[in-house]
Design a protein around this ligand. Structure first.
Ligand code: DCP
Length: 521
């Protein structure tokens, strides 16, 4: 971990402020929406779905013995790719979805929004199938953007139904040419220095720093290792490494105009850059066996024992916030925030019980022009010309532009990349948000214009910050599960029962066959 202080992505980095003062590159909205759609495709499968697909794989589903049905299910699963979706209205994110076992992302959006999809822009991580497209164009959407790789009905799966995939691609084209909605690929090249900036800031972000602080002896640069792994993983998922194959796909999905150079190589370069950026941001909230977002007070974790999120979901939402932070207008530091809530019962969405409430990043009031407000920070002497009285914080924007009400009876949570300041803490509590997932590097800091004193004293809202899990429990639990008593029992008891069942059935089997064994002996 000592390496963390000196190297990042193979070269030395100075601090964000040293290297890029006053010239922070900004992620375009289109690229932010595209990245979030890709990221939503990676939303961790929820427990119910995981179990169901496991059962299907083991042949334990309701249609046990019905070979045809089994074959259809497994072909379907191979052929239909999970898809992420970002719903945007007036250039603001109004919802985040992903396919579930039963429903495609487009259908979920339709169920949830109906005709409110009118005039919305939809960003898909894969070109949607005809069944989704016909409904969403019918709802009057304005624009449908999709990632130009393997579509939702996969053209890469080697199943007997690949003909169907081609037929579906044709139907999609027909729907596209006969609809008013603009169905297109919206990818923009990253602005100059964006990648370097993301590398530097990811490496320096609160979560990595916190781990570096509390894990000082290890010299494993797990950030770089994690990043390399993510790059490989996401390239496999979102990229078609074979150029010819990629061209064939583009031709089949009506993008023959992108198959010629320089368009083809530009497209691939833009795709690669976005994948690299996503992998870099994702590695800034690392998956590490003994670390996670934990509530440090035991009484507090007991109180909310039934409510904590699985680590992989908490981490997923924090990466959403990290992506949002790259749209900041603050030249010094980007902050992102996203609010989710949990329904009491299962959602039709691939996000399980979780549903999106709102998101934001720190910026000047809507509509302000470049020279309207000062950008100076606390290092400048004159307090009158500092930014702090003008900038709207990430949490404030997330609350202002939320698309759903925060219901007092439901568990709602905010994920914010920087510790909530004294201005925001009462807002979060007042809004009825039940949990805060954040970094705590700033806790207790006092400055003339912005301080972080109230977070530590905050009561009635559970605070989850990156910390080390107790070794005893971490060894017993799966890596990505938040430790709290209920989860512990939820996981351990069924596992014990399962093992007990197995032993019991083996014992019965042995008893039944014992005479035979004796006979043969
Ligand atoms: N939870 C938070 C915390 C802060 N901010 C925003 C408001 C400001 O735009 C910026 C605060 O900027 P600072 O200059 O205080 O941040 P630094 O951490 O860079 O300060 P310092 O240089 O003192 O370390 O972050 C936010 O949106 N949400």
């Amino acid at each position: 971990m000592q390496n963390l202080e000196i190297t990042g992505a193979g070269r030395s980095v100075s601090t964000q402020t040293d290297s890029m003062t006053g010239q922070i590159p900004r992620l375009s909205k289109v690229n932010l929406f595209t990245l979030l759609s890709l990221w939503m495709e990676l939303f961790p499968a929820v427990e119910g779905q995981r179990q169901k697909s496991q059962e299907k794989e083991e042949g334990k589903c309701g249609h046990l013995g019905d070979n045809e049905e089994m074959a259809r299910v497994s072909t379907d699963r191979k052929q239909v790719k999970k898809t992420g979706l970002v719903v945007v209205k007036n250039m603001k994110i109004v919802d985040l979805h992903c396919s579930s076992e039963e429903l495609h992302a487009g259908k979920i959006a339709l169920i949830k929004h109906g005709s409110r999809l009118k005039n919305c822009d939809l960003y898909f991580s894969r070109k949607p199938c005809s069944a989704c497209l016909k409904m969403i164009v019918n709802a009057g959407v304005n624009r449908i953007s999709y990632w130009p790789a393997d579509p939702e009905i996969s053209l890469l799966s080697e199943t007997s139904t690949s003909e169907d995939a081609k037929l579906d691609a044709k139907a999609v084209e027909r729907l596209k040419s006969n609809s008013r909605a603009h169905v297109c690929v919206l990818l923009q090249p990253l602005v100059c220095c964006m990648m370097q900036f993301v590398e530097e800031t990811s490496y320096k972000c609160d979560f990595i720093q916190k781990m570096a602080k509390t894990f000082p002896d290890t010299n494993i640069d797990f950030y770089s290792k994690c990043r390399q792994e993510r790059i490989k993983e996401y390239e496999l998922l979102f990229f078609v490494s074979n150029e010819e194959l990629h061209k064939q796909i583009l031709m089949t999905i009506g993008l023959e105009n992108l198959c010629e150079n320089p368009y083809f190589s530009n497209l691939r370069q833009n795709m690669k850059d976005l994948i690299l950026l996503l992998a870099t941001v994702a590695s800034s909230v690392p998956i590490c066996k003994h670390y996670g977002f934990y509530c440090d007070k035991t009484e507090q974790s007991n109180e909310i024992h039934n409510q904590s999120l699985p680590q992989e979901i908490a981490r997923h939402c924090m990466v959403q916030a990290r992506l949002l932070a790259y749209r900041t207008e603050d030249h010094k530091i980007g902050v992102g925030a996203v609010i989710w809530a949990e329904k009491k019962s299962q959602n039709c969405d691939g996000t399980g019980m979780m549903y999106f409430i709102g998101c934001g990043y720190n910026a000047f009031p809507v509509g302000s022009e470049y020279a309207d407000f000062p950008n100076m920070d606390d290092k400048q002497k004159d307090r009158e010309i500092r930014k702090f009285r003008y900038i709207v914080h990430a949490e404030q924007n997330a609350l202002t532009f939320r698309c759903q009400e925060i219901k007092p009876e439901e568990k709602s949570m905010i994920f914010v990349t920087k510790c909530p300041c004294d201005e925001c803490v009462p807002l979060i509590k007042g809004a009825g948000i039940k949990q805060i997932y954040t970094g705590d590097i700033d806790v207790g800091r006092k400055k003339a214009d912005i301080s972080y004193m109230r977070f530590g004293e905050l009561e009635g809202v559970s605070k989850f910050t990156v910390s080390k899990i107790h070794i005893f429990f971490s060894n017993m639990l799966p890596i990505n599960v938040v430790w709290y008593p209920a989860t512990y029992f939820n996981l351990i008891i069924p596992t014990l029962l399962k093992s007990f069942n197995k032993v019991l059935s083996q014992f019965i089997f042995m008893c039944k066959h014992l005479p035979n064994y004796k006979f043969s002996v």
